[in-house]
Write a protein that binds this ligand. Structure first.
Ligand code: FES
Ligand SMILES: [Fe+2]
Length: 369
């Protein structure tokens, strides 16, 4: 057996252990470049990646961009109301066409100003005479899907629609009305850890009493964390809050006010959503110990102040809160990445409130074996 086969076999046998006897993945799953390359192929090029929220692009011409592994894409609200995901590599000599989020009536390349319409059809190529047959050139399309207000893109032509695989999760979280949320904050960062370490950190709330002693534990204590079995495409756990949601949805159930779900939609979309507020991340690996983190905060539409000053204060408060929490997590997950480089790293046993991690690793083993 090659070293890589031994690693895969070790991941598989770790995932096959019963939860009562679960241990963490072998170190190679976080540091081996071949393992990371397999994850990239199977999970990130072969499945759905979250790129943002539908409410971020309400008008025709509005767009959000993302990069799936090496491929830049833009999801653009079309004039007929549909969404199109275009690969934004210029068909002339490959310059990048769009960045960030914004609005465009046409897409103009910053290099030689070749111009495309919102569907990706080439409209003009300045100074090209009759060299360029405009009608034969357009930007390639990727597939899009929408689930509970989140937009996903895949570069794979065959993978099943994600939304069709998440029906049971939709039913489970319907009392929290996640599709009614709107984005109030979006950020792109690069953290120095393996993408799985960050996904794992987001989806276990065992650590709140210790890592987030002052920021989260008073409101969402570890004591109120409980896991429930997930399914093939997702895992879920719940947190009871000491501050029941009171300011929105008079029709909400008592359970929805005092508890909320945290989910991992595989491979790399992690979400918490209460009646009033949500927090999510979409992760893209950049090698074994770097991860591109797109994160956002959502709020129930009725919670968002209508006036500019109120909205600015609301956003500032959200940014302050989540920057503080993220910093607490970042210190830990980046220390794990450094320690994974040591030969002295050893797998450890999982605790009862970490069931979600065990489920994630079973998914990994299934997809990579
Ligand atoms: S690379 Fe885009 S116009 Fe030349
Ligand atoms: Fe945390």
């Amino acid at each position: 057996m090659s070293g890589f086969d031994t690693l895969l076999a070790s991941v598989t046998s770790t995932a096959a252990r019963p939860f009562s006897d679960a241990v963490t993945l072998p170190r190679g799953a976080y540091v081996d470049p071949d393992f990371a390359a397999l994850e990239t192929r199977r999970l990130f090029l072969g499945d759905w990646v979250c790129v943002g929220r539908l409410d971020e692009i309400p008008e025709p011409g509005d767009y959000i961009t993302h990069r799936i592994v090496d491929t830049p894409v833009a999801v653009i609200h079309q004039r007929d109301g549909s969404l199109a995901a275009l690969v934004t590599i210029c068909r002339h000599r490959g310059a990048g066409l769009l960045e960030g989020c914004g609005h465009a009536d046409r897409i103009v390349c910053p290099y030689h100003a070749w111009t495309y319409d919102l569907t990706g059809a080439l409209l003009g190529a300045p100074f090209s005479g009759d060299r360029v047959d405009l009608s034969s050139i357009s930007l390639p399309r990727a597939r899009t899907d929408i689930w509970e207000g989140w937009i996903y893109v895949t570069l794979d032509d065959d993978v099943a629609p994600l939304s069709s695989r998440l029906g049971s999760l939709s039913s489970r979280i319907a009392p929290w009305y996640p599709a009614d949320h709107v984005m109030v904050w979006r950020a792109n960062e690069v953290w120095a850890c393996n993408w799985k370490t960050l996904a794992e950190n987001f989806t276990e709330s065992y650590h709140l009493f210790s890592s987030h002693r002052e920021t989260l534990q008073p409101y969402t204590p570890t004591q109120g964390v409980h896991c429930e079995p997930g399914e093939a495409d997702w895992n879920i756990h719940w947190m009871d809050t000491t501050r029941p949601a009171a300011k929105t949805r008079p029709d909400a159930s008592a359970e929805a006010r005092r508890r909320f779900p945290l989910m991992h939609i595989y491979p790399s979309h992690v979400v918490s959503t209460s009646l009033e507020r949500g927090f999510w991340m979409s992760l893209q690996p950049e090698g074994v110990d770097r991860v591109r983190v797109l994160w956002g905060v959502t709020a129930a539409r009725s919670m968002v102040p209508a006036d500019d000053a109120g909205y600015a204060a609301f956003r500032d408060d959200i940014k302050r809160t989540f920057d503080a929490v993220n910093l607490e997590d970042r210190r830990i997950v980046e220390s794990i990445a450094r320690n994974l480089r040591s030969d002295h790293y050893r797998p450890g046993p999982l605790c009862p409130k970490e069931r979600t991690l065990w489920e994630f690793w079973r998914y990994l083993a299934r997809r990579l074996a």
